[in-house]
Design a protein around this ligand. Structure first.
Ligand SMILES: Nc1ncnc2c1ncn2[C@@H]1O[C@H](COP(=O)(O)OP(=O)(O)OP(=O)(O)O)[C@@H](O)[C@H]1O
Length: 330
């Protein structure tokens, strides 16, 4: 049984030119306790996918899916309050900016106790005890004092820990972390990722880690989905992608990480992409990467399908890279 199973999820928004599709037939599965990385440049649709799963899209968005199940419950068959309740019991999300998710007018304690109240006990004393336990679990010292403070009295890293404590208060089976460390400095980033992984190990909580930074995923995830322009381009075991990316876009993302680029021979040109990600209402015909891709040929005016490459994973490309092309510097 999969923790998350999505088949052909699409999201569209109305514009003055009609509906634009920002997420195009995304399919993926996550097993329970799995750590899945979702990576792609800004605008590739990572957040849209997360918001669609959580039921947090703005009301003008049009969502379609053949199937979208969380813990075996097809969310497409639930609506309104029933869906919100089910998702809240099974999944949580944390965002990049903890400050914008915490209410500046209430203490950390009252916000944390409120979440505990919704998901668990109504006894105030027990809520306070659980709030202290949760802050301990996310590595905050002197939790009694912190609970009396307001978000502006805590650092960015500490507020992100509070957000994680709130997210795990509901004991979710799935935690989606959407760029959870982008706003934090590098040492705090590593601590937050380690904290999320520890929660995954300790509670068997599935973790979807969304980022534009491949380096962040290399040691923390079992599998990676590479997204571009609203589509999944490659979905494979992390080690397979790191050692031998088969999609030109995955390779370009990997080569933008300096320490992985070190494998290159001196003077060798980086396999970088020209141009920028296309506007979602000006997509190229056929493969969406086509105009930027060093391997594009006339075949690429036809849209490639996401297809299985044996012993690797799923790749959407008419001309996938050969195995080991990265290490051989082709
Ligand atoms: N309300 C909206 N109306 C129309 N288009 C939208 C709306 N919100 C987002 N988009 C478009 O959807 C696409 C995907 O955006 P999304 O935020 O999911 O990307 P992302 O990969 O998460 O990027 P980032 O890393 O910057 O968060 C983008 O092209 C964006 O412009």
């Amino acid at each position: 049984m999969s923790l998350l199973h999505i088949e052909n999820l699409s999201v569209e928004f109305p514009t003055h030119k009609g509906y634009v599709r920002v997420l195009d037939k995304v399919s993926l599965r996550m097993e329970s306790a799995e750590v899945l990385g979702v990576v792609g440049e800004s605008g590739s649709g990572k957040s849209m996918m997360a918001l669609a799963v959580m039921g947090l899209l703005s009301p003008n968005a049009r969502l379609t899916a053949d199937y979208m199940a969380l813990n075996n419950q097809d969310l497409m068959k639930l609506s309104g309050e029933a869906r919100r309740h089910y998702v809240a019991q099974n999944a949580s999300i944390i965002f990049q900016e903890p400050q914008s998710s915490l209410n500046p007018c209430f203490t950390i304690g009252s916000q944390l106790r409120e979440t505990i109240k919704i998901h668990g006990t109504r006894q105030r004393k027990r809520q306070q005890e659980q709030a202290i336990e949760l802050l301990h679990a996310v590595g905050i010292n002197d939790p009694e004092t912190r609970l009396r403070q307001y978000p502006h009295q805590l650092s960015g890293g500490m507020n992100q820990r509070v957000m994680i404590a709130m997210a795990v208060a509901a004991r979710p089976q799935l935690l989606i972390a959407d760029e959870p460390t982008t706003a934090l400095d590098v040492t705090i980033q590593a601590q937050i990722i380690e904290l999320l992984l520890e929660l995954n190990r300790r509670h068997g909580m599935g973790l979807m880690l969304i980022t534009h930074d491949f380096a962040l995923l290399s040691e923390s995830t079992q599998r990676v989905c590479v997204m571009y322009s609203g589509q999944i381009m490659e979905n494979a075991d992390t080690q397979n992608i790191l050692q031998s990316p088969r999609h030109p876009y995955s390779r370009a993302l990997l080569e933008s990480i300096p320490h992985i680029g070190e494998r290159h021979h001196k003077g060798q040109r980086l396999y970088s992409l020209k141009g920028i990600i296309p506007a979602i209402d000006h997509l190229p015909v056929g493969c969406r990467l086509g105009p930027r891709c060093p391997r594009a040929s006339k075949e690429c005016v036809k849209s490639p399908r996401l297809e299985m490459i044996e012993s690797h994973g799923l790749v959407r490309c008419h001309f996938p890279l050969a195995k080991d092309s990265l290490s051989q510097g082709e």
